[in-house]
Design a protein around this ligand. Structure first.
Ligand SMILES: NC(=O)c1ccc[n+]([C@@H]2O[C@H](COP(=O)([O-])OP(=O)(O)OC[C@H]3O[C@@H](n4cnc5c(N)ncnc54)[C@H](OP(=O)(O)O)[C@@H]3O)[C@@H](O)[C@H]2O)c1
Length: 302
């Protein structure tokens, strides 16, 4: 995999859970890239990191002009349901307003924008969602992600990639859900409650990041659903991970999404139909859960 391109790729959120996989993918393809982060400037995997806070609109405009991207992969977000519920105004500014500004900057510069969205733009009443289904979010997080999508799609050549639940070990600082499950199994020092009644089509970080980069580098546009080949609950993910490691899943307790009694509902079935992506990028691997666990876990077990 050594296809360098003439692109200059700006990647927001390149320090995040998905972003660190995205930049690994870009580095392997020798794509000229720059990362934005609210952290210290420097470099990550040989890719320069610029300190740019998306809340600082003047600095965003200056930094954009200074780098001059031909392509922006926008993966920065207030990315958890809890954080968005706790601070909806901040979720609006990061997830919606900043996306609108990036879309405007890209349009004026003739750059393409690829925006990472989520399966949680749907209400979960039906499942098996296709790109043509209308968003109907029930959570603040999903509402802000859904509100940003039209700002991206109003410009020809842009893409929205709706990702399902991602799994795999962290490459950066932030623990993933998978890291917590892994520690519960391997150290036995905590028990975890896992939903049995919330359905997703989980996909590993590496496959998802490859999909986003391939969609970004290809001459494509519109909405793309990128999920895994199996519809699963978090409980099933934990149980199958424990069994894959030869253990009984005693560290996991079953729970219902209704039992957490939060201030907002959680959707029941937001599984995605990924056939558009699979038809267009049929050569890209699409591993089952256990196939992905096989190569994810081989370095962790050694
Ligand atoms: N993880 C999943 O299962 C999942 C599923 C579906 C969709 N997605 C989507 O995938 C994308 C990435 O999610 P993730 O889980 O990787 O998120 P994450 O680990 O929380 O990372 C969020 C990123 O956003 C950046 N960021 C946040 N506020 C910023 C600001 N004000 N200015 C500049 N950068 C800012 C952070 O950078 P610094 O902290 O370095 O500033 C960080 O790199 C999001 O669009 C999310 O909606 C994720």
């Amino acid at each position: 995999m050594s296809t360098s391109t003439t692109h200059r790729v700006l990647i927001t959120g390149g320090t995040g859970r998905l972003g660190t996989y995205l930049i690994r993918e870009l580095r392997q393809r020798r794509v000229n890239s720059q990362i934005w982060s609210t952290g210290s400037p420097g470099s990550r995997d040989g890719i320069p990191v610029e300190h740019v806070d998306l809340l600082d609109v003047d600095h965003v405009a200056r930094a954009f002009q200074s780098f001059g991207p031909t392509l922006v992969i926008h993966a920065a977000a207030l990315s958890t349901a809890d954080a968005c519920l706790a601070n909806p105004a901040l979720a609006q500014r990061i997830n919606v307003d900043a996306t609108e500004q990036l879309s405007d900057l890209c349009r004026l510069a003739g750059a393409r924008l690829v925006y990472t969205s989520t399966d949680l733009v749907f209400d979960g009443r039906r499942g098996g969602y296709h790109e043509s289904d209308s968003p109907s979010p029930v959570m603040v997080y999903g509402r802000t992600k859904a509100a940003a999508e039209p700002m991206v799609l109003r410009v020809a050549g842009n893409s929205v990639v709706r990702l399902s639940l991602l799994f795999g070990p962290k490459l950066g600082q932030r623990d993933s859900f998978f890291d917590l499950q892994w520690r519960a199994i391997t150290t036995g020092d905590r028990r975890m409650k896992l939903f049995t009644d919330e359905w997703r089509t989980p996909i590993d970080y590496q496959t998802a990041s490859r999909a986003v980069v391939e969609i970004a580098l290809a001459n494509t546009e519109g909405i793309w659903h990128v999920g895994g080949p199996e519809r699963m609950s978090r409980w099933e993910m934990g149980e199958r991970l424990a069994r894959f490691l030869g253990q009984s899943p005693t560290m996991f307790e079953t729970t219902s999404r209704d039992s957490i009694g939060g201030a907002e509902p959680r959707p029941e079935d937001v599984s995605l139909d990924s056939s558009r992506w699979r038809c267009r990028f049929a050569a890209t691997d699409w591993p089952t859960y256990e196939e992905a666990l096989g190569w994810i876990l081989s370095p962790l077990r050694s």
